[in-house]
Design a protein. Structure first.
Lengths: 251, 250
């Protein structure tokens, strides 16, 4: 077991090293501003961090992420459960869902800015509208597959609405909420950058736009690295432990 | 403390657009603190009847109301009901003990639960998750859950199926013991007549669908003799000779 784990660790490290080596060699061969050396990117990254520029823009993006993600999850759970439990509501709104699922993200973003102006609430609304249908569809699936036997048990023992929700329904929805969270974060990250690029004057998306215009590839890559690190921290530091905790009871 | 007055005009089972009658007309008056066994062929609607009494199924014509010694028509919704389903229906994400403690509205009777866990030989695994237990053990957890809340009305749907004979005998004894300590109304569905005779004050034999009462028989064996196989056999033979209409059920 230990030897195996060690082997896997080394392999992972080796693969990362290979990637960096390939990058380094390619950059040396090309000798172009459009592909800086890894060392240059690292230096730029360090400078951007030290100057406070990168943390500020990353922070703005994270704040927007947090706001839009929370709104989309709360609304999505509520609507998803409602649609999953009431066939009539579902039949009525199913087409709406289909339409919203298929509107391109860029269209929603532009429309939100056109209709509500280039401000913060329009930006967040655009992200929420893009994310919401996905959450609803996932949670609706969860609400449909609720165990009827357990709901009957809760009803006959008079657990009441709140206790039933907390102890009987929520644990069954949890895997679906985690699924929506995972896919949602991946989606929101990407959309939020476009939102910032089009209509905000701070945040990662705005910065990337600036670097694009300046042809500053080193900074572009430095910000990307920061991005990857943050996502990994959220994934391993927050999502995986949450998931493990919820799966304890499984055989 | 709570009796049940059942008056079902008809209960239909819907499949697609067709509907077929499953229960009724059926009138039953269960006196407070009576221990009643419902005996009938499988598929005759016994489980449906329990679900209707528990308020899980309201799609029928007729009424089911509670009655106490003081008031005549109480709402069944106000009585404490414990329902033992055919399958254990434990929450897999909670431990055995959490599953039992969940059903209490007020304070949790820790000592009572401890006692019951010991009696059911579940004390060592009280902190395990249900999926790690055998089906027989899960059933015993469900039995503790039903007993521990001290219900006014206890509904049991073939609770001892799939338990081995000694375990079933032991739990039957415990059920009787608890019932004598704190009398409450029990509706017990079974197709095992010997089990029914050993437990009940009153046997109600039910016909195949649409379910109606075939026979309503009081069991007059004294409580102390309920463990006596001979007494039960004698009663069963007498029952058969005096009620030829229930012959098919036995």
């Amino acid at each position: 077991m230990i030897a195996q784990a060690f082997g896997q660790r080394t392999l992972a490290a080796l693969s990362l090293l290979t990637l960096f080596a390939a990058w380094h060699v390619a950059a040396l061969l090309l000798e172009s501003r459009t592909l800086p050396l890894p060392a240059t990117v690292a230096a730029t990254f360090w400078q951007a961090c030290a100057s406070g520029e990168l943390p500020y823009h990353l922070g703005m993006t994270l704040l927007r992420l947090l706001a839009s993600f929370s709104i989309a999850m709360v609304l999505g759970c509520a609507i998803g459960v409602a649609l999953g439990r009431h066939a009539g509501l579902n039949a009525f709104f199913d087409n709406w869902l289909l339409i919203f699922l298929n509107v391109p993200a860029l269209v929603t973003i532009i429309l939100c800015y056109v209709w509500f102006g280039l401000d913060e609430s329009a930006a967040i609304l655009a992200v929420v509208i893009n994310k919401l249908p996905n959450v609803i569809v996932t949670i609706r699936e969860g609400a449909r597959s609720l165990d009827q036997d357990l709901l009957e048990m809760a009803e006959s023992y008079r657990l009441g609405k709140w206790k039933t929700l907390r102890h009987v329904i929520w644990p069954q929805l949890y895997p679906f909420v985690m699924g929506a969270t995972r896919s949602g974060l991946a989606l929101i990250w990407k959309i939020i950058l476009v939102v910032e690029l089009l209509g905000r004057s701070n945040g990662m998306g705005y910065q990337l736009h600036v670097f694009f215009q300046l042809f500053d590839v080193a900074s572009l890559l430095a910000y990307t690295v920061a991005f990857i690190i943050v996502i990994q921290i959220i994934e391993t530091g927050l999502l995986k432990p949450l998931e493990r905790k919820a799966q304890r009871w499984r055989r | 403390m709570s009796g049940v007055h059942i008056d079902i005009v008809s209960k239909q089972h819907h499949h697609g657009h067709r509907a077929s009658p499953t229960i009724g007309p059926l009138q039953l008056d269960i006196a407070p603190n009576q221990f009643v066994c419902l005996v009938g062929p499988s598929g005759c609607g016994k489980t449906t009847l329990l679900q209707m009494i528990a308020g899980l199924d309201r799609d029928y014509v007729g009424q089911i109301v509670g009655s106490t010694t003081r008031l005549n028509n109480t709402r069944l919704a106000d009585t404490t009901i414990a329902y033992m389903f055919q399958n254990p229906r434990l929450l897999p994400w909670y431990s055995v003990r959490q599953n039992i403690e969940l059903v209490f509205q007020g304070p949790v009777p820790t000592t009572l639960i401890d006692q019951l866990l010991v009696t059911m030989q579940l004390e060592p695994c009280q902190h395990d998750y249900p999926q790690r237990l055998s089906l027989g053990m899960q059933r015993r957890v469900a039995i503790i859950r039903a007993f521990a809340i001290n219900p006014d009305l206890l509904l049991m749907d073939e609770p001892f199926v799939s338990l081995d004979a000694p375990a079933a005998r032991q739990i039957r004894k415990l059920l009787r013991c608890l019932w004598q300590q704190r009398p409450h109304t029990v509706l017990f569905v079974t197709h095992d007549v010997r089990e029914a005779i050993a437990l009940a004050d009153r046997l109600i034999f039910l016909s195949p669908s649409p379910m109606q009462t075939l026979a309503d028989i009081a069991v007059d064996i004294p409580r102390e003799q309920r463990d006596d196989e001979v007494a039960i056999d004698t009663f069963k033979t007498r029952l058969l000779s005096s009620h030829p209409e229930i012959h098919d059920l036995l």
